[in-house]
Design a binder for this molecule. Structure first.
Ligand code: ADP
Length: 481
Protein backbone atom coordinates (compact mmCIF):
# COMPACT_ATOMS: atom_id res chain seq x y z
CA UNK A 1 0.00 0.00 0.00
CA UNK A 2 2.74 2.43 1.06
CA UNK A 3 4.73 1.40 -1.97
CA UNK A 4 1.82 2.27 -4.26
CA UNK A 5 1.31 5.61 -2.49
CA UNK A 6 4.99 6.54 -2.76
CA UNK A 7 5.04 5.50 -6.44
CA UNK A 8 1.97 7.60 -7.09
CA UNK A 9 3.63 10.48 -5.23
CA UNK A 10 6.78 10.14 -7.33
CA UNK A 11 4.69 10.05 -10.52
CA UNK A 12 2.73 13.09 -9.36
CA UNK A 13 5.95 14.95 -8.59
CA UNK A 14 7.35 14.10 -12.01
CA UNK A 15 4.15 15.15 -13.75
CA UNK A 16 4.11 18.48 -11.92
CA UNK A 17 7.68 19.14 -13.01
CA UNK A 18 6.90 18.02 -16.56
CA UNK A 19 7.10 20.74 -19.22
CA UNK A 20 4.50 18.92 -21.28
CA UNK A 21 2.09 18.92 -18.36
CA UNK A 22 2.53 22.65 -17.97
CA UNK A 23 1.73 23.12 -21.65
CA UNK A 24 -1.27 20.82 -21.28
CA UNK A 25 -2.49 22.78 -18.23
CA UNK A 26 -2.14 26.06 -20.12
CA UNK A 27 -3.98 24.53 -23.07
CA UNK A 28 -6.76 23.31 -20.77
CA UNK A 29 -6.98 26.71 -19.09
CA UNK A 30 -7.34 28.52 -22.41
CA UNK A 31 -9.90 25.98 -23.64
CA UNK A 32 -11.82 26.34 -20.34
CA UNK A 33 -11.87 30.11 -20.63
CA UNK A 34 -13.07 29.97 -24.23
CA UNK A 35 -15.80 27.53 -23.22
CA UNK A 36 -16.92 29.72 -20.30
CA UNK A 37 -17.14 32.71 -22.65
CA UNK A 38 -19.07 30.58 -25.15
CA UNK A 39 -21.48 29.58 -22.41
CA UNK A 40 -22.04 33.03 -21.03
CA UNK A 41 -21.94 35.41 -23.96
CA UNK A 42 -24.36 33.79 -26.49
CA UNK A 43 -26.83 33.03 -23.70
CA UNK A 44 -26.78 36.61 -22.47
CA UNK A 45 -27.18 37.74 -26.05
CA UNK A 46 -30.18 35.44 -26.65
CA UNK A 47 -31.77 36.55 -23.37
CA UNK A 48 -31.30 40.23 -24.23
CA UNK A 49 -32.89 39.60 -27.60
CA UNK A 50 -35.91 37.91 -26.01
CA UNK A 51 -36.25 40.70 -23.41
CA UNK A 52 -36.10 43.36 -26.12
CA UNK A 53 -38.77 41.58 -28.18
CA UNK A 54 -40.89 41.31 -25.06
CA UNK A 55 -40.46 45.01 -24.35
CA UNK A 56 -41.64 45.88 -27.83
CA UNK A 57 -44.61 43.52 -27.78
CA UNK A 58 -45.81 43.80 -24.13
CA UNK A 59 -45.22 47.54 -23.87
CA UNK A 60 -46.80 48.04 -27.31
CA UNK A 61 -49.92 46.11 -26.31
CA UNK A 62 -50.13 47.85 -22.92
CA UNK A 63 -49.80 51.25 -24.65
CA UNK A 64 -52.64 50.25 -26.97
CA UNK A 65 -54.87 49.38 -23.97
CA UNK A 66 -53.87 52.58 -22.12
CA UNK A 67 -54.69 54.81 -25.09
CA UNK A 68 -57.99 52.96 -25.60
CA UNK A 69 -58.79 53.57 -21.92
CA UNK A 70 -57.85 57.26 -22.33
CA UNK A 71 -60.87 57.50 -24.70
CA UNK A 72 -63.09 57.26 -21.62
CA UNK A 73 -63.12 60.57 -19.76
CA UNK A 74 -63.62 58.73 -16.44
CA UNK A 75 -62.63 55.15 -15.73
CA UNK A 76 -65.42 52.92 -14.43
CA UNK A 77 -65.55 49.16 -14.08
CA UNK A 78 -68.17 48.87 -16.85
CA UNK A 79 -66.42 51.24 -19.18
CA UNK A 80 -63.11 49.39 -18.72
CA UNK A 81 -64.79 46.03 -19.29
CA UNK A 82 -66.35 47.29 -22.52
CA UNK A 83 -63.00 48.54 -23.80
CA UNK A 84 -61.36 45.23 -22.83
CA UNK A 85 -64.06 43.34 -24.72
CA UNK A 86 -63.50 45.56 -27.73
CA UNK A 87 -59.75 44.84 -27.60
CA UNK A 88 -60.36 41.15 -27.80
CA UNK A 89 -57.13 40.46 -29.68
CA UNK A 90 -54.97 42.17 -27.06
CA UNK A 91 -54.36 39.64 -24.32
CA UNK A 92 -51.95 39.26 -21.42
CA UNK A 93 -51.42 36.56 -18.82
CA UNK A 94 -52.92 39.03 -16.41
CA UNK A 95 -54.16 42.58 -16.81
CA UNK A 96 -55.28 44.98 -14.09
CA UNK A 97 -56.83 48.38 -14.71
CA UNK A 98 -57.13 50.78 -11.80
CA UNK A 99 -58.55 54.28 -11.41
CA UNK A 100 -56.37 57.22 -10.36
CA UNK A 101 -56.56 56.14 -6.68
CA UNK A 102 -55.31 52.63 -7.36
CA UNK A 103 -58.71 50.96 -6.91
CA UNK A 104 -58.93 47.92 -9.14
CA UNK A 105 -61.59 48.30 -11.86
CA UNK A 106 -60.66 45.27 -13.88
CA UNK A 107 -58.50 42.19 -13.24
CA UNK A 108 -58.32 39.53 -15.93
CA UNK A 109 -57.56 37.04 -13.16
CA UNK A 110 -60.80 37.96 -11.32
CA UNK A 111 -60.55 34.77 -9.35
CA UNK A 112 -58.01 36.63 -7.26
CA UNK A 113 -60.81 38.89 -6.05
CA UNK A 114 -58.89 42.13 -6.42
CA UNK A 115 -61.68 44.05 -8.18
CA UNK A 116 -62.99 46.88 -6.03
CA UNK A 117 -59.89 46.76 -3.83
CA UNK A 118 -56.84 48.91 -3.92
CA UNK A 119 -53.92 47.26 -5.69
CA UNK A 120 -50.94 49.40 -4.93
CA UNK A 121 -48.14 47.35 -6.42
CA UNK A 122 -44.99 49.46 -6.69
CA UNK A 123 -45.28 49.35 -10.50
CA UNK A 124 -48.89 50.63 -10.30
CA UNK A 125 -47.89 53.34 -7.81
CA UNK A 126 -45.10 54.47 -10.16
CA UNK A 127 -47.48 54.48 -13.14
CA UNK A 128 -50.08 56.53 -11.20
CA UNK A 129 -47.33 59.08 -10.68
CA UNK A 130 -47.16 59.40 -14.47
CA UNK A 131 -44.24 57.00 -15.19
CA UNK A 132 -44.05 54.22 -17.76
CA UNK A 133 -42.78 51.04 -16.10
CA UNK A 134 -41.45 47.96 -17.83
CA UNK A 135 -39.28 45.07 -16.72
CA UNK A 136 -38.63 41.57 -17.82
CA UNK A 137 -37.17 38.81 -15.68
CA UNK A 138 -36.28 35.26 -16.37
CA UNK A 139 -37.39 32.61 -13.88
CA UNK A 140 -36.62 28.89 -13.70
CA UNK A 141 -39.46 27.95 -16.06
CA UNK A 142 -40.77 31.22 -17.45
CA UNK A 143 -39.98 34.71 -18.59
CA UNK A 144 -42.09 37.31 -16.85
CA UNK A 145 -42.65 40.69 -18.54
CA UNK A 146 -44.39 43.41 -16.64
CA UNK A 147 -45.62 46.77 -17.96
CA UNK A 148 -47.46 49.50 -15.99
CA UNK A 149 -48.62 52.60 -17.87
CA UNK A 150 -50.64 55.60 -16.74
CA UNK A 151 -53.94 56.28 -18.50
CA UNK A 152 -53.82 59.98 -19.32
CA UNK A 153 -56.82 62.05 -20.23
CA UNK A 154 -56.26 65.73 -21.03
CA UNK A 155 -52.92 65.71 -19.26
CA UNK A 156 -54.37 64.13 -16.10
CA UNK A 157 -53.66 60.62 -14.82
CA UNK A 158 -57.05 58.99 -14.56
CA UNK A 159 -55.86 55.42 -14.02
CA UNK A 160 -53.31 52.77 -14.72
CA UNK A 161 -52.97 49.70 -16.95
CA UNK A 162 -50.88 46.98 -15.36
CA UNK A 163 -50.06 43.97 -17.59
CA UNK A 164 -48.08 40.84 -16.95
CA UNK A 165 -47.12 38.30 -19.57
CA UNK A 166 -45.58 34.97 -18.60
CA UNK A 167 -43.83 33.10 -21.44
CA UNK A 168 -42.89 29.50 -20.74
CA UNK A 169 -42.07 28.62 -24.37
CA UNK A 170 -39.26 31.13 -24.81
CA UNK A 171 -37.98 30.28 -21.31
CA UNK A 172 -37.88 26.59 -22.21
CA UNK A 173 -36.03 27.50 -25.41
CA UNK A 174 -33.44 29.50 -23.46
CA UNK A 175 -33.05 26.74 -20.87
CA UNK A 176 -32.70 24.19 -23.71
CA UNK A 177 -29.96 26.25 -25.34
CA UNK A 178 -28.24 26.61 -21.97
CA UNK A 179 -28.43 22.87 -21.29
CA UNK A 180 -27.11 21.99 -24.73
CA UNK A 181 -24.26 24.45 -24.40
CA UNK A 182 -23.35 23.01 -20.99
CA UNK A 183 -23.40 19.45 -22.32
CA UNK A 184 -21.28 20.40 -25.31
CA UNK A 185 -18.88 22.20 -22.96
CA UNK A 186 -18.46 19.15 -20.76
CA UNK A 187 -17.93 16.97 -23.81
CA UNK A 188 -15.27 19.30 -25.22
CA UNK A 189 -13.58 19.60 -21.82
CA UNK A 190 -13.56 15.85 -21.38
CA UNK A 191 -12.17 15.30 -24.89
CA UNK A 192 -9.48 17.99 -24.46
CA UNK A 193 -8.49 16.60 -21.04
CA UNK A 194 -8.28 13.08 -22.43
CA UNK A 195 -6.19 14.23 -25.41
CA UNK A 196 -3.90 16.24 -23.11
CA UNK A 197 -3.47 13.35 -20.69
CA UNK A 198 -2.75 10.84 -23.45
CA UNK A 199 -0.26 13.15 -25.12
CA UNK A 200 1.43 13.93 -21.76
CA UNK A 201 1.75 10.20 -21.04
CA UNK A 202 3.07 9.43 -24.53
CA UNK A 203 5.49 12.36 -24.36
CA UNK A 204 6.69 11.36 -20.88
CA UNK A 205 7.26 7.77 -22.01
CA UNK A 206 9.30 8.90 -24.99
CA UNK A 207 11.23 11.41 -22.89
CA UNK A 208 11.91 8.65 -20.34
CA UNK A 209 13.33 6.50 -23.10
CA UNK A 210 15.64 9.31 -24.19
CA UNK A 211 16.72 10.07 -20.61
CA UNK A 212 17.33 6.38 -20.02
CA UNK A 213 19.43 6.19 -23.18
CA UNK A 214 21.49 9.18 -22.04
CA UNK A 215 22.13 7.46 -18.69
CA UNK A 216 23.17 4.23 -20.42
CA UNK A 217 25.57 6.09 -22.71
CA UNK A 218 26.91 8.08 -19.75
CA UNK A 219 27.79 4.75 -18.10
CA UNK A 220 29.97 3.98 -21.13
CA UNK A 221 27.66 1.87 -23.31
CA UNK A 222 28.34 3.94 -26.46
CA UNK A 223 26.83 1.42 -28.86
CA UNK A 224 23.34 2.00 -27.40
CA UNK A 225 20.89 3.23 -30.05
CA UNK A 226 17.46 4.82 -29.78
CA UNK A 227 14.63 3.88 -32.10
CA UNK A 228 13.76 6.92 -34.18
CA UNK A 229 10.93 6.03 -36.54
CA UNK A 230 8.80 9.11 -35.89
CA UNK A 231 9.41 12.35 -37.75
CA UNK A 232 8.48 14.79 -35.00
CA UNK A 233 10.90 16.77 -32.81
CA UNK A 234 11.50 13.83 -30.46
CA UNK A 235 12.27 11.61 -33.46
CA UNK A 236 14.77 14.22 -34.64
CA UNK A 237 16.22 14.35 -31.13
CA UNK A 238 16.62 10.57 -31.13
CA UNK A 239 18.35 10.73 -34.53
CA UNK A 240 20.72 13.44 -33.29
CA UNK A 241 21.37 11.39 -30.17
CA UNK A 242 22.24 8.33 -32.26
CA UNK A 243 24.55 10.42 -34.45
CA UNK A 244 26.21 11.79 -31.32
CA UNK A 245 26.76 8.36 -29.75
CA UNK A 246 28.10 7.07 -33.06
CA UNK A 247 30.59 9.93 -33.08
CA UNK A 248 31.54 9.26 -29.45
CA UNK A 249 31.92 5.57 -30.25
CA UNK A 250 34.22 6.29 -33.19
CA UNK A 251 36.29 8.73 -31.12
CA UNK A 252 36.46 6.26 -28.27
CA UNK A 253 37.56 3.44 -30.59
CA UNK A 254 40.17 5.74 -32.10
CA UNK A 255 41.33 6.77 -28.65
CA UNK A 256 41.65 3.17 -27.48
CA UNK A 257 43.42 2.23 -30.70
CA UNK A 258 45.73 5.20 -30.31
CA UNK A 259 46.57 4.38 -26.68
CA UNK A 260 47.28 0.74 -27.53
CA UNK A 261 49.32 1.70 -30.64
CA UNK A 262 51.23 4.36 -28.72
CA UNK A 263 52.06 2.05 -25.82
CA UNK A 264 53.07 -0.67 -28.27
CA UNK A 265 55.32 1.74 -30.18
CA UNK A 266 56.86 3.07 -26.98
CA UNK A 267 57.36 -0.45 -25.64
CA UNK A 268 59.61 -1.51 -28.57
CA UNK A 269 62.46 0.99 -28.00
CA UNK A 270 62.11 0.58 -24.22
CA UNK A 271 62.42 -3.21 -24.55
CA UNK A 272 65.51 -2.74 -26.77
CA UNK A 273 67.06 -0.35 -24.19
CA UNK A 274 66.36 -2.82 -21.33
CA UNK A 275 67.78 -5.73 -23.33
CA UNK A 276 70.92 -3.85 -24.27
CA UNK A 277 71.42 -2.55 -20.71
CA UNK A 278 71.07 -6.12 -19.33
CA UNK A 279 73.57 -7.39 -21.89
CA UNK A 280 76.11 -4.75 -20.86
CA UNK A 281 75.56 -5.46 -17.16
CA UNK A 282 75.49 -9.24 -17.31
CA UNK A 283 78.21 -9.99 -19.87
CA UNK A 284 81.82 -9.22 -19.79
CA UNK A 285 82.57 -7.04 -22.78
CA UNK A 286 85.49 -5.11 -24.14
CA UNK A 287 85.31 -1.34 -24.15
CA UNK A 288 84.58 -1.16 -27.90
CA UNK A 289 81.53 -3.45 -27.64
CA UNK A 290 80.25 -1.55 -24.58
CA UNK A 291 80.57 1.72 -26.53
CA UNK A 292 78.60 0.23 -29.43
CA UNK A 293 75.86 -0.92 -27.03
CA UNK A 294 75.71 2.49 -25.33
CA UNK A 295 75.52 4.15 -28.77
CA UNK A 296 72.56 1.92 -29.68
CA UNK A 297 70.91 2.67 -26.34
CA UNK A 298 71.34 6.40 -27.05
CA UNK A 299 69.83 5.98 -30.55
CA UNK A 300 66.78 4.17 -29.10
CA UNK A 301 66.42 6.86 -26.41
CA UNK A 302 66.55 9.53 -29.16
CA UNK A 303 63.86 7.66 -31.09
CA UNK A 304 61.75 7.54 -27.93
CA UNK A 305 62.09 11.27 -27.36
CA UNK A 306 61.29 12.03 -31.06
CA UNK A 307 58.24 9.82 -30.81
CA UNK A 308 57.00 11.42 -27.58
CA UNK A 309 57.62 14.86 -29.11
CA UNK A 310 55.44 13.94 -32.11
CA UNK A 311 52.79 12.43 -29.85
CA UNK A 312 52.71 15.69 -27.93
CA UNK A 313 52.37 17.60 -31.20
CA UNK A 314 49.45 15.40 -32.15
CA UNK A 315 47.66 15.91 -28.83
CA UNK A 316 48.36 19.65 -28.98
CA UNK A 317 46.78 19.69 -32.43
CA UNK A 318 43.63 18.07 -31.07
CA UNK A 319 43.30 20.30 -28.02
CA UNK A 320 44.96 23.50 -29.20
CA UNK A 321 42.91 26.62 -28.50
CA UNK A 322 42.06 28.66 -31.58
CA UNK A 323 44.84 31.24 -31.96
CA UNK A 324 44.98 34.17 -34.33
CA UNK A 325 45.75 33.22 -37.92
CA UNK A 326 48.16 35.10 -40.15
CA UNK A 327 48.97 35.30 -43.84
CA UNK A 328 51.75 32.80 -44.44
CA UNK A 329 53.93 32.80 -47.56
CA UNK A 330 54.54 29.14 -48.43
CA UNK A 331 57.67 29.92 -50.49
CA UNK A 332 59.40 31.39 -47.43
CA UNK A 333 58.56 28.30 -45.37
CA UNK A 334 59.87 25.99 -48.11
CA UNK A 335 63.17 27.93 -48.08
CA UNK A 336 63.37 27.61 -44.30
CA UNK A 337 62.68 23.85 -44.43
CA UNK A 338 65.33 23.37 -47.13
CA UNK A 339 67.87 25.25 -45.00
CA UNK A 340 67.20 22.87 -42.08
CA UNK A 341 67.20 19.73 -44.21
CA UNK A 342 70.21 20.66 -46.28
CA UNK A 343 72.86 18.97 -44.03
CA UNK A 344 70.86 15.70 -44.00
CA UNK A 345 70.29 15.81 -47.77
CA UNK A 346 73.87 16.81 -48.45
CA UNK A 347 75.17 13.85 -46.43
CA UNK A 348 73.49 11.50 -48.94
CA UNK A 349 74.06 13.61 -52.02
CA UNK A 350 70.34 14.39 -52.39
CA UNK A 351 69.61 17.47 -54.50
CA UNK A 352 66.95 19.85 -53.13
CA UNK A 353 65.27 22.08 -55.73
CA UNK A 354 62.17 24.26 -55.95
CA UNK A 355 60.08 26.13 -58.58
CA UNK A 356 57.79 28.53 -56.81
CA UNK A 357 55.39 31.23 -57.98
CA UNK A 358 55.20 34.42 -55.97
CA UNK A 359 52.42 35.33 -53.53
CA UNK A 360 51.40 31.76 -52.74
CA UNK A 361 49.90 32.76 -49.40
CA UNK A 362 47.50 30.99 -47.07
CA UNK A 363 45.67 31.91 -43.86
CA UNK A 364 47.17 29.76 -41.09
CA UNK A 365 49.61 29.62 -38.20
CA UNK A 366 53.20 29.77 -39.49
CA UNK A 367 54.38 27.01 -37.10
CA UNK A 368 51.70 24.62 -38.41
CA UNK A 369 52.62 25.28 -42.05
CA UNK A 370 56.28 24.77 -41.19
CA UNK A 371 55.43 21.45 -39.52
CA UNK A 372 53.44 20.26 -42.57
CA UNK A 373 56.14 21.15 -45.08
CA UNK A 374 58.95 19.88 -42.87
CA UNK A 375 57.35 16.46 -42.33
CA UNK A 376 56.66 16.02 -46.08
CA UNK A 377 60.08 17.21 -47.17
CA UNK A 378 61.88 15.24 -44.42
CA UNK A 379 60.14 12.05 -45.61
CA UNK A 380 61.22 12.94 -49.16
CA UNK A 381 64.81 12.95 -47.92
CA UNK A 382 64.52 10.02 -45.47
CA UNK A 383 62.95 7.64 -48.00
CA UNK A 384 65.01 8.84 -50.94
CA UNK A 385 67.87 6.99 -52.56
CA UNK A 386 71.42 8.26 -52.31
CA UNK A 387 72.11 11.04 -54.88
CA UNK A 388 68.40 11.29 -55.56
CA UNK A 389 66.39 14.51 -55.95
CA UNK A 390 63.67 16.23 -53.95
CA UNK A 391 61.73 18.87 -55.83
CA UNK A 392 59.05 21.23 -54.55
CA UNK A 393 56.67 23.00 -56.96
CA UNK A 394 54.45 25.81 -55.75
CA UNK A 395 51.80 27.60 -57.86
CA UNK A 396 48.26 29.02 -57.92
CA UNK A 397 45.35 27.19 -59.43
CA UNK A 398 41.98 29.00 -59.46
CA UNK A 399 41.45 30.12 -55.87
CA UNK A 400 43.86 27.56 -54.42
CA UNK A 401 47.52 27.30 -53.71
CA UNK A 402 49.06 23.98 -54.80
CA UNK A 403 52.26 22.52 -53.38
CA UNK A 404 53.77 19.41 -54.97
CA UNK A 405 56.61 17.47 -53.37
CA UNK A 406 58.31 15.06 -55.79
CA UNK A 407 61.01 12.64 -54.74
CA UNK A 408 62.59 9.75 -56.55
CA UNK A 409 63.01 7.52 -53.55
CA UNK A 410 61.74 4.04 -52.64
CA UNK A 411 58.11 4.87 -53.40
CA UNK A 412 54.97 3.59 -51.69
CA UNK A 413 53.04 0.55 -52.99
CA UNK A 414 49.59 1.54 -54.36
CA UNK A 415 47.73 -0.68 -51.88
CA UNK A 416 49.48 0.96 -48.89
CA UNK A 417 48.74 4.53 -49.98
CA UNK A 418 45.27 4.85 -48.35
CA UNK A 419 46.77 3.90 -44.98
CA UNK A 420 49.88 6.03 -44.74
CA UNK A 421 47.99 8.93 -43.07
CA UNK A 422 46.94 6.65 -40.20
CA UNK A 423 48.73 7.03 -36.89
CA UNK A 424 51.75 4.70 -36.46
CA UNK A 425 51.30 3.24 -39.92
CA UNK A 426 54.60 2.53 -41.60
CA UNK A 427 55.09 0.84 -44.94
CA UNK A 428 58.47 -0.61 -44.16
CA UNK A 429 58.86 -0.74 -40.38
CA UNK A 430 62.54 -1.62 -40.43
CA UNK A 431 63.38 1.15 -42.88
CA UNK A 432 61.29 3.68 -41.00
CA UNK A 433 62.96 2.75 -37.69
CA UNK A 434 66.35 2.93 -39.35
CA UNK A 435 65.47 6.40 -40.69
CA UNK A 436 64.35 7.44 -37.19
CA UNK A 437 60.66 7.44 -38.14
CA UNK A 438 57.73 7.07 -35.76
CA UNK A 439 54.77 6.64 -38.13
CA UNK A 440 53.09 9.78 -36.82
CA UNK A 441 54.48 12.47 -39.16
CA UNK A 442 51.93 12.04 -41.97
CA UNK A 443 49.04 11.75 -39.49
CA UNK A 444 50.03 15.17 -38.14
CA UNK A 445 50.30 16.55 -41.69
CA UNK A 446 46.88 15.18 -42.62
CA UNK A 447 45.14 16.62 -39.52
CA UNK A 448 46.80 20.01 -39.91
CA UNK A 449 45.97 20.29 -43.62
CA UNK A 450 42.33 19.48 -42.84
CA UNK A 451 42.37 22.06 -40.04
CA UNK A 452 43.10 24.74 -42.66
CA UNK A 453 40.44 23.40 -45.07
CA UNK A 454 43.06 21.99 -47.39
CA UNK A 455 43.52 18.54 -48.95
CA UNK A 456 46.46 16.16 -49.32
CA UNK A 457 46.89 13.32 -51.82
CA UNK A 458 49.67 10.89 -52.54
CA UNK A 459 50.57 9.25 -55.85
CA UNK A 460 53.35 7.19 -57.32
CA UNK A 461 55.55 8.86 -59.90
CA UNK A 462 56.02 7.17 -63.28
CA UNK A 463 59.75 7.59 -63.03
CA UNK A 464 59.71 6.01 -59.52
CA UNK A 465 59.41 7.79 -56.21
CA UNK A 466 56.45 9.52 -54.61
CA UNK A 467 54.43 12.68 -55.22
CA UNK A 468 52.53 14.43 -52.42
CA UNK A 469 50.09 17.16 -53.49
CA UNK A 470 48.74 19.61 -50.93
CA UNK A 471 46.06 22.16 -51.78
CA UNK A 472 45.13 25.11 -49.56
CA UNK A 473 42.55 27.86 -50.10
CA UNK A 474 44.48 30.88 -51.42
CA UNK A 475 44.42 33.83 -49.06
CA UNK A 476 45.73 37.09 -50.47
CA UNK A 477 47.71 39.25 -48.08
CA UNK A 478 45.64 42.15 -46.79
CA UNK A 479 42.29 40.55 -47.61
CA UNK A 480 40.48 40.20 -44.31
CA UNK A 481 38.21 37.23 -43.67
P1 ADP B 1 57.62 8.02 -40.26
O1 ADP B 1 57.95 8.77 -39.05
O2 ADP B 1 57.72 6.55 -40.16
O3 ADP B 1 58.25 8.58 -41.48
P2 ADP B 1 55.21 9.08 -41.42
O4 ADP B 1 53.86 9.16 -40.88
O5 ADP B 1 55.89 10.34 -41.80
O6 ADP B 1 56.03 8.26 -40.40
O7 ADP B 1 55.14 8.18 -42.70
C1 ADP B 1 54.42 6.95 -42.66
C2 ADP B 1 55.04 5.95 -43.56
O8 ADP B 1 54.81 6.33 -44.92
C3 ADP B 1 56.50 5.88 -43.43
O9 ADP B 1 56.86 4.95 -42.44
C4 ADP B 1 56.95 5.42 -44.79
O10 ADP B 1 56.92 4.00 -44.88
C5 ADP B 1 55.91 5.98 -45.73
N1 ADP B 1 56.39 7.20 -46.43
C6 ADP B 1 56.12 8.47 -46.08
N2 ADP B 1 56.66 9.34 -46.96
C7 ADP B 1 57.30 8.59 -47.88
C8 ADP B 1 58.04 8.91 -49.08
N3 ADP B 1 58.25 10.18 -49.47
N4 ADP B 1 58.53 7.89 -49.79
C9 ADP B 1 58.30 6.62 -49.39
N5 ADP B 1 57.60 6.26 -48.30
C10 ADP B 1 57.11 7.21 -47.56
Amino acid sequence: MWAIISRLKALGGRLIRSVQLRYAAAYLLVTGMVLILLNVYPLRFAQDLVFRTKEVSVLGKAEMVASAMAGLDRLTADGVRQVVDLLNDVSFSRMIVTDETGECLYDSAYVSGTEGRYVLYPEIAAALEGNDVFYCRSGAASIESCAALPVIYRGMVIGCVYAIETDTEQAALLVGIQRNMRNITWLILLAVTAVCLVSVCLFSRRMDRIMNAIRIVREGEYSYKLESSSRDELGELAKEFNALTERIQTTETMRRQFVSDASHELKTPLAAITLMTDSVLQNEMDKQTILEFVGDIGAEANRLSRMTEKLLQLSRLESAPATALETVDLAKIVDKVFRILWPLANERGICLSSHMEEKCTVLAREDDIYQILFNIAENGVKYNRDNGTLEILLYHRDSSVVLICNDDGVGIPEEEMPRIFERFYRVDKARSREAGGSGIGLAIVHDMVEKYHGAITVAARKSGGTRFTITFPWHERGVEQ
